[in-house]
Ligand binder design. Structure first.
Ligand code: ZN
Length: 324
């Protein structure tokens, strides 16, 4: 960028040869959410995450659920320092902080400084991200990042990313996941199935196979139903049968923890032990109903490793529905 220019993200400006961010300490959205709402089903089940975001994004998804915030022309928000964010998270009894709603790499400096303080106080840090970042970004945040929900749309189909999200290529997302995996960060994947434009069974099969091969068969994989929003209102909701077809494809590819999303009450919201079939975690929508895992996060019946992480922050027994 030349002096006086602002990037595609709308938050970074060049002045006298230096890049400045407009969103450091400018928090556009915050809430105390169940961790299941991120969705993270295999990280600290039953805990609460203090969720923050700033304005803007590096993608232009025509179906963004948070477009009011992600597609703002200029950033707005409340002035909050990293330590004041951590203090507020503790006041709301949250086990940690999630950087979400818009893309956390947009406000990576704020996320980094907040995560460092939270980590020093024994709290967790998680990302909800589109995965489009450099390895340097991952290395910068990795010492404090415990888990990431990496969000795919239309199973990562390149043309779909080009046409409906203004994203030139998808390879960086796969490189990011490999890097995070190497760094020991738990990855959960979401895949939004959009009827007519982003619903190819082959794309889901390819994505699921890649995950099995590179991240492991016990990587949680959430298949999400679309609902019309923002500029994409001419496309209908994802029918349950279509979602179930994609769930079946992901399972056939070898994934052992496949979940449904945005279909409250669906049986695929629960965690079943892949070895003995026991219902280890029961959920309704994005709320935990009961957590029957062992203290170590394993199957209480057969002691199978269920790829649960952040167990030091999990809440066992009945869930805390309606606390917030
Ligand atoms: Zn079991």
């Amino acid at each position: 960028m030349h002096d006086g220019e602002t990037g595609f993200c709308r938050v970074r400006t060049a002045e006298d040869g230096t890049l400045y961010t407009k969103v450091y300490e400018l928090v556009d959205g915050m809430a105390a959410d169940p961790i299941e709402k991120k969705p993270l089903f295999h990280f600290a089940p039953g805990s609460h995450a203090f969720s923050i975001s700033t304005s803007s994004c590096n993608f232009r998804c025509q179906f963004c659920q948070n477009y009011h915030s992600s597609q703002r022309e200029s950033p707005v928000g409340e002035h909050m320092t990293p330590s004041s964010i951590v203090d507020l998270a503790q006041r709301y009894s949250c086990g940690g902080i999630t950087y979400t709603y818009t893309e956390p790499t947009i406000f990576i400096e704020l996320a980094h400084d907040t995560a460092e303080i939270a980590h020093s106080k024994g709290m967790f840090n998680t990302f909800v991200t589109n995965g489009y970042m450099t390895s340097e970004t991952i290395d910068y945040i990795a010492p404090y990042l415990n888990a990431a929900s990496v969000n795919f749309k239309g199973s990562g189909n390149k043309k779909f990313y080009n046409d409906l999200m203004s994203v030139p290529k998808v390879e960086p997302i796969f490189s990011s996941m490999q890097r995070m995996h190497e760094k020991g960060i738990l990855i959960e994947i979401t895949n939004l199935i959009i009827p007519e434009v982003g619903d190819h069974p082959d794309d889901t099969l390819n994505l699921a196979r890649w995950v099995v091969k590179n991240l492991g068969a016990r990587t949680p994989f959430h298949v999400l139903a679309f609902y019309p929003t923002f500029k994409l209102t001419s496309v209908p909701r994802t029918p349950v049968e279509m979602l179930e077809k994609h769930i079946a494809i992901a399972k056939e590819a070898g994934l052992e923890f496949v979940y449904s999303g945005n279909i409250p009450g669906h049986d695929y919201e629960n965690t079943y032990c892949p070895e003995c079939g026991f219902k280890a975690v029961e959920r309704h929508s994005v709320y935990l109903e009961s957590n029957n895992l062992s203290q170590e996060g394993r199957c209480p019946k057969c002691n199978a490793d269920l790829n649960m992480s952040g167990v030091q922050w999990m809440v066992r027994g009945r869930g805390s529905m309606g606390l917030f």
